[in-house]
Design a protein around this ligand. Sequence first.
Ligand code: AMP
Length: 215
Amino acid sequence: MRLILLGAPGSGKGTQAALLQEKLNIPHISTGDIFRSNIKSGTELGKLAKCYIDKGMLVPDSVTIDLVKDRLRQPDCNNGFIMDGFPRTIPQAEYLENALKEMGMHVDAALNIDVPDEVIISRISGRRICPACGMSYNVVSNPPRTEGICDSCGGRVVHRDDDKEETVVNRLKVYHEQTEPLIKFYEARGKLKTVDGQGSVEESSKRVFKVLGIE
Ligand code: AMP
């Protein structure tokens, strides 16, 4: 299955993508995680991406598209993928559509995880992530089993720099201006599936599996 996850920052894309990866056994590709791991290891790409990420802005399309182009060439993508955080602009979606077409493939579904802005803001203030493996938690609704320690890899969980409230407000603005139009883009292609992303991780996950027909 070639699946795209749409939704505002904090809508639960990363958490649902990790569950879908387990269920479907196809790679979870998060452009945000790739940028963060480049920032951590101090690469040129990481230095460039950090300037944008810290301001809550999108990394330029040309840079992001090159990164996804490389990732899609990896053999583990042959049987499908779950894209989390890409595409985020119309040019990125057009690139993906054309790149897949050239390979004789297409996106099977674009899953829009719908959560109101006020819920997003309170969720992000409680969000913690594991920089080592990318797993995402919430101190209130989905804490790790041991406080501060990742269930999955034992790494230390942290509050992302770009999850600070002033950056979140800008990220939401960017989401509405640049990413929300993708809902119409995939709707026009008959690929859009929308689920309510409110409530617990398990409740959302049930809805996600159901709408994708993989219960
Ligand atoms: P995320 O972890 O998906 O919330 O991404 C964190 C940040 O990385 C975003 O706020 C953007 O600055 C950048 N980023 C991630 N994916 C993309 C993308 N597809 N296009 C542009 N910037 C991106």
